[in-house]
Design a protein around this ligand. Sequence first.
Ligand SMILES: Cc1cc2nc3c(=O)[nH]c(=O)nc-3n(C[C@H](O)[C@H](O)[C@H](O)COP(=O)(O)OP(=O)(O)OC[C@H]3O[C@@H](n4cnc5c(N)ncnc54)[C@H](O)[C@@H]3O)c2cc1C
Length: 283
Amino acid sequence: MTRTRPGKALAHRFVAGEKLDEAVIVASGLNADGMKVSLDLLGEEVHDAVSARAACDEYLACLDRIAEEELDANISVKLTQLGLSIDEGLAVESIGRLSDRAEEMGTTVTIDMEDSRYTDATVRIYEKVQTDRGNLGVAIQAYMRRTPDDLQRLIGLGGHIRLCKGAYVEPEEVALTSKSEVDAAFANQLRTLMNATTTAPAVATHDQGLIDLTRTLASRREGYFEFQMLYGVRTTLQAELVAAGYPLRVYLPFGSQWYPYLTRRLAERPANAWFFARAAFGN
Ligand SMILES: Cc1cc2nc3c(=O)[nH]c(=O)nc-3n(C[C@H](O)[C@H](O)[C@H](O)COP(=O)(O)OP(=O)(O)OC[C@H]3O[C@@H](n4cnc5c(N)ncnc54)[C@H](O)[C@@H]3O)c2cc1C
């Protein structure tokens, strides 16, 4: 990994490596431990069509490897990495290509949710491509004030909806900002999703209270749902959930563009800066 040594050392805690080969090795190990995987090629905010097409090609190669290695894995994609901020049509075309290849490989594609500049387009594109293809999922952020309406709009489309708290700094007009409000919104949206028969909820949190609530709701649910957690975060809890028989998918990032991802993980848990400091002093 490029950039400074401490950043690199910390990145290894949360990122599989820079190359697809490294991600495949880590994914195989997670599968052997009973965990599903979502491979995320790091990258966002691509500003030229050549880079956007290259990212799509890399994801196609990733899907090929998932099939060759018989991994229990899907892919997670950011629309700005596929060119959303320069040409919405290009992003739609690329997500369609990925969806088609994933269908051939018997797997799915999840669209990550980015910051609020892109929420409207992401919901619109998901709605269109999921209606056409049927093997997509989308992340929905509990902190967004618009989310209850988006859930009503998307919940009937099949596919999977990944409920997460939201990782970007947003203005108060568009997003809840206090932890208690975000947690309460997550709990309400979780109830809606776990009661729905038309979607497969993916509960993406490391929050003990919300995991306990999910387990309670799961005991009354007939259809599929899964837990999702980030690679390197609360790994003991991940193993405990698998041992208890719950499906769990690990979000596994790889690639050279790890810096923005790492910055968001640090913001979520300032204690992670301790690992950064230790690495800086060579421990
Ligand atoms: C699978 C997955 C996919 C995601 N996809 C998106 C997406 O598409 N868009 C988006 O905006 N956000 C996404 N997120 C991030 C999410 O929005 C939150 O920012 C992040 O998960 C932290 O919230 P939390 O629910 O874990 O609860 P928190 O209240 O933040 O954390 C609960 C506990 O989990 C542990 N923890 C949480 N984060 C960390 C960390 N980084 N390092 C170490 N320990 C930690 C701590 O013990 C903490 O007390 C995703 C998260 C997951 C798990």
